[in-house]
Design a protein around this ligand. Structure first.
Ligand code: NAD
Length: 491
């Protein structure tokens, strides 16, 4: 792993263009997932610190809102170019704090840059509509307006992309931001703050706070000066946020978990299917909302697919390098939760096909490494079939035919992404239309959405919003109808 990343020993909040200690001067330790060693100390914010950040964002918002959207786009373009110039530095920091390979971290950083470029351009397209009026001499149109302060809360799995997905659309719409970074990935957020500062983004427009969910995230959601909350994280926390935001009728966008099916039909290219199962289930250590955690295989090819998949899985390399297929999970608690889930599933009748244990050789024993794990003979109503694990674990299910596979795919509380492998165009199109998911893919993985496309889920995977794409503008702005009545006699 390239550990040559520069970062502070103590990561402080970034409020109003300055590093701020928390009012009680509390900190927590961020550990390196690769070796379990302390990486840095991080500000442990409480409600009063959040209030300080919200006040800074509120004070900066009117001037930012008055800045024409085209100009805001140019300012954001400078931020994107600065991120591009420092993309390797950012990727080193992401790799270090997540344990993933540098090459993957660089790919994510480039995704963040693409997202920023797209959103900067939206400054030139922040249009409403002109509509005919039913009344003579009356003109009707809509305009987009900012909401105020945006409270953004993100997960740690792909930190620089998660951050860009929210910050760029929130800012282009004329809001100012308080971002609550994930407690496991404070450094990428810190560096992003420094990069924006170096480009001259005025103080208070982007504020970054650190801390635990209940102590720092919850007060941000509850704060009456936060007009819109955008959250990426677990369904359980998303529900809590929806209740708090609902009580004060704040706008809220929830991008939540998934238990995503990948269907392999009897006419699929099995090598291609195996390739995408491996990537969907195990890349990024399975820490993707869009990971493929339910592999549904037609009976006719089950044994053949299973044999190829097991062979390929057992060849995967686990570690923090560019030659490795995936790295550690983000923290020890996650690792312990997954081991417990595997034990619980096996106690209830699931069969372990491969993996299921913590890697304990010299190269891995200090880190949070789980062997790539496949289970089978799992009931569709078993906990492991219905609960997202967020790790390198997937389950195999048998299906009789297309109808059975589709029914299995849809038999889930979640509905984020889905994929089908088939050479039959009729099956492919029918699946994309009938599967209950926000994203449907043919002959590839369950993940891989692009930054200019609207991503999000149905059922327990979200509340119906889509980020990013132009659809994100609907989250971060409000429409105002404007009617203008003129009197031709006064011309
Ligand atoms: P999590 O819900 O525990 O935490 C996510 C964020 O929410 C963190 O910053 C955390 O500090 C904060 N948080 C926790 N409790 C909070 C509370 N009570 N109030 C306010 N904020 C709170 O999730 P996690 O385990 O860190 O991340 C994994 C989850 O994120 C998975 O469910 C995954 O599917 C989901 N995810 C979804 C998407 C998507 O776009 N749909 C993308 C990435 C990750």
């Amino acid at each position: 792993m390239d550990t040559n990343a520069a970062f502070p020993d103590v990561v402080l909040n970034w409020i109003n263009g300055q590093h701020e200690t928390t009012l009680q001067n509390e900190r927590f330790t961020k550990f390196n997932p690769h070796d379990g060693q302390a990486l840095c100390q991080v500000a442990r914010s409480r409600a009063a610190d959040i209030a300080q950040a919200v006040a800074a964002a509120k004070a900066a918002q009117p001037a930012w809102a008055k800045t024409p959207p085209v100009k805001r786009g140019l300012v954001l373009f400078d931020v994107v170019m600065a991120l591009k110039a420092r993309r390797e530095e950012m990727a080193r920091v992401v790799a270090l704090e997540t344990g993933k390979g540098f090459k993957n971290a660089l790919g994510e950083t480039d995704g963040a840059i693409e997202c920023g470029l797209f959103m900067a351009g939206e400054g030139q397209r922040l249009f409403g509509r002109t509509m005919p009026s039913g009344v003579p001499n009356k003109y009707a149109m809509t305009i987009r307006q900012p909401l105020g302060v945006a409270g953004l809360i993100i997960a740690a799995n792909t930190p620089i992309a998660n951050l860009a997905w929210k910050i760029f659309p929130a800012l282009i719409c004329g809001n100012t931001v308080v971002l609550k970074a994930a407690e496991d990935t404070p450094l990428s957020a810190w560096l992003f703050g420094q990069i924006t500062h170096a480009t001259g983004l005025p103080a208070g427009i982007l504020n970054i706070v650190h801390g635990y969910g209940e102590e720092a995230g919850a007060p941000l959601v509850a704060h009456h000066d936060v007009a819109v909350i955008s959250f990426t994280g677990s369904t359980a926390v998303g529900k809590l946020i929806a209740v708090t935001a609902g009580e004060r009728l704040a706008k809220v966008s929830l991008e939540l978990g998934g238990k995503n099916p990948l269907v392999v039909c009897d006419d699929a290219d099995l090598d291609n299917a195996v390739k995408w199962i491996l990537l969907s289930a195990f890349s990024n250590a399975g820490q993707r909302c869009a990971s493929g955690s339910r592999i549904i295989v037609f009976d006719a090819v089950y044994e053949a697919l299973r044999a190829r998949l097991v062979q390929a899985t057992e060849k995967l390399r686990v570690g923090p390098g560019d030659d490795d297929d995936f790295g550690p999970v983000i923290n020890l608690e996650q690792l312990d939760n997954m081991l417990a889930a595997i034990r619980g599933a096996c106690a209830r009748g699931a069969q372990l096909v491969t993996g299921g244990y913590r890697l304990d050789d010299d190269a891995h024993c200090a880190g949070y490494y789980l062997a790539p794990t496949i289970l089978e003979a799992v009931a569709t109503n078993a906990e492991i079939s219905r609960t997202e694990l967020f790790g390198p674990i997937t389950c195999l299910y048998r299906a009789r035919d297309f109808a059975d596979a589709l029914a299995l795919a849809n038999d889930s509380p979640y509905g984020l992404t889905a994929s089908i492998h088939t050479r039959n165009i009729h099956r492919a199109v029918e699946f994309t239309h009938q599967v209950q998911a926000g994203v449907a893919v043919v002959n590839a993985g369950t993940f891989g959405s692009e930054p200019h496309m609207p991503f999000g889920g149905v059922k327990q995977s979200g509340n119906g919003t889509r980020e990013p794409g132009t659809e994100a503008l609907d989250i971060y702005s409000t429409l105002k109808d404007v009617y203008i009545t003129v009197n031709p006699n006064l011309v």
